[in-house]
Ligand binder design. Structure first.
Ligand SMILES: NC(=O)c1ccc[n+]([C@@H]2O[C@H](COP(=O)([O-])OP(=O)(O)OC[C@H]3O[C@@H](n4cnc5c(N)ncnc54)[C@H](O)[C@@H]3O)[C@@H](O)[C@H]2O)c1
Length: 330
């Protein structure tokens, strides 16, 4: 089988996970890495093979990758995706694909040019798939309401040492667009497209250090069921993300890989559904489903199949995220 040539742009934290996943795929060759900090791209090239460049432009001038992975700061995903798509290169971008409505319009226009995938890897978590199947099977009945809590811990250096986090122009927002976008996405997976939202946000912990929110709450109307959404990086630790669906016949609670089903007749079922084999170097709060998500993207590229996290597949989540910011910013 001919190998698919890939390149990874941005060689910081999450790129390590992408490279490791790609390295283990027999049908992929990592042709090149790029980072504005050249030693980072160099280190990755030494470890995984391929050549190192100081920019996406330089890389594209010398290489012909078929797939580019965007592991750069948020504000760069859309312009970099456009550059690649304009050359017929498929794009697998880290979340969020955009930081504004304007970028979203530009990003959506790439839909028919190339295959575009967004890394919402938590959709591939066995616990998430289990709940989806349970709902589809009908046993829980209709979803009446939901709550989701992301309570994590981030200190000032996480922002100040990154060069891009904490600033509206480069991160686009705080705990919503960065950490809890995955959880918002899961609510959309379970409840569908949101109809209306009320939201507020603030900065409790790092006011004066960062200009983005560290805490955000939203009341989301999913056209019937309403969801309470709360996300903060002002907590003292990274507690497991909680998503709970109150249904006609019971309450389905998921705390990452742990699922508890409280049925209306008083019976309780517990399931532990871990992802098989975590990726080395990944932080536990990222989840471990990058491998499943990336492999699925390449399967879709090879087979010409639709990728679930393509542009139409993330539209309801991105629209909701931008709507929440509109409401919270007033
Ligand atoms: N899916 C997940 O669970 C998950 C987890 C962590 C991070 N992420 C996402 O991955 C992206 C990167 O996050 P990170 O934590 O790895 O950040 P990071 O700061 O560790 O890495 C970003 C890298 O991009 C490089 N860079 C900046 N501008 C560049 C440019 N113009 N060209 C090339 N390289 C450039 C930086 O030098 C840095 O090495 C973000 O979008 C983040 O939200 C996703």
């Amino acid at each position: 089988m001919e190998k698919i040539k890939s390149a990874v742009i941005g060689c910081g934290g999450i790129a390590q996970v992408h490279a490791q996943v790609l390295d283990a795929m027999e049908d992929v060759e990592i042709a090149a890495f790029a980072d504005i900090l050249p030693q980072r791209a160099q280190r990755m090239a030494e470890k995984y093979g391929g050549r190192a460049y100081e920019s996406l432009e330089a890389l594209l001038g010398a290489e012909s990758p078929q797939v580019v992975h965007l592991c750069t700061p948020h504000y760069l995903h859309t312009p970099m995706a456009k550059l690649c798509a304009g050359r017929g290169i498929h794009v697998f971008t880290e979340k969020p694909p955009v930081i504004s409505w304007d970028q979203w319009e530009e990003f959506k226009a790439l839909k028919d040019q190339v295959r575009v995938g967004v890394c919402f890897q938590n959709r591939y978590n066995p616990s998430v798939k289990f709940l989806r199947q349970l709902l589809d099977g009908g046993k829980p009945g209709k979803v009446l309401g939901a709550r989701a809590f992301v309570t994590w811990h981030r200190e000032a250096p996480y922002y100040t040492e990154s060069g891009w986090r904490g600033s509206l122009g480069t991160e686009g927002g705080g705990v919503l667009i960065n950490q809890s976008i995955h959880t918002l996405d899961l609510l959309v997976q379970f409840l569908g497209k949101a109809a209306e939202v009320k939201a507020s946000m603030g900065n409790h912990h790092l006011a004066g250090t960062i200009e983005v929110e560290d805490t955000l709450e939203a009341y989301i109307d999913f056209g019937g069921p309403k969801a309470l959404f709360y996300a903060s990086t002002a907590y003292c630790t990274d507690s497991p993300v909680l998503v709970e669906l109150a249904c006609e016949n019971g309450t389905l609670r998921m705390e990452e890989e742990e699922v508890i089903l409280f049925w209306r007749d008083g019976s309780v079922e517990r399931r532990s559904l871990p992802v098989d084999g975590p990726v080395e170097g990944g932080k536990s709060y990222w989840g471990h489903s990058h491998r499943l998500c990336i492999r699925d993207f390449y399967r879709c590229v090879r087979e010409g199949a639709a990728f679930p996290n393509d542009i139409p597949g993330v539209e309801d989540t991105i629209g909701l995220m931008l709507q929440i910011y509109d409401r919270a910013r007033g």
